[in-house]
Design a protein. Structure first.
Length: 168
């Protein structure tokens, strides 16, 4: 995955629209499916829990399928990019203890993966206006820069490939 600059205002606007659309689709879908099933298959005891649960599950599956179908639509470009970025950062963060040890030993792939993680985190936090931990990121970036200087390596987030994580 490569980091790209995206329009923050467009991202926030489209994300809010997607969230509201998902909530409405889930709400309407759950009620429509549940009430239809209850009307078709009434229960004398008055307990319709299983039909309500089935309505929630079916509506959730439909929303997930629709999100997956429209993932590559122009409207979803920024939202899908951020979803993919979060997945990539999670994969790196799960291996971060091993990456830190390898980086201390001078492993270039570990250094590049950490550079991508820090740059991606910075971009993500700026998009979501989550600047509370930015100071901590500055400290980590300085430590990484010191390691890069120690091993005479130029780090670029653009050099990151997900396959680099396989060795850790």
């Amino acid at each position: 995955m490569q980091l790209i600059n995206i329009n923050k205002a467009r991202y926030r606007k489209h994300l809010n629209i997607v969230i509201v659309a998902c909530i409405l689709a889930l709400l309407v879908g759950c009620l429509a499916i549940s009430q239809s099933l209850i009307a078709l298959f009434p229960d004398e005891s008055g307990s319709h829990f299983h039909w309500n649960l089935l309505g929630v599950i079916a509506a959730g599956v439909v929303v997930a399928l629709l999100l997956n179908k429209f993932r590559y639509h122009d409207f979803m470009t920024e939202v899908a990019y951020v979803w993919d970025l979060k997945q990539s950062l999670n994969k790196i963060n799960r291996k971060m203890p091993k990456l830190k040890l390898a980086a201390q030993a001078g492993n270039i792939d570990a250094l590049v993966a950490m550079e991508f993680c820090y740059a991606g985190s910075r971009q993500l936090w700026q998009l979501d206006d989550n600047t509370l931990v930015m100071d901590e990121l500055v400290v980590k970036q300085a430590e990484l820069d010191a390691l890069a200087e120690k091993y005479k390596v130029t780090l670029r987030a653009a050099d990151y490939e997900q396959t680099m994580l396989q060795q850790f």
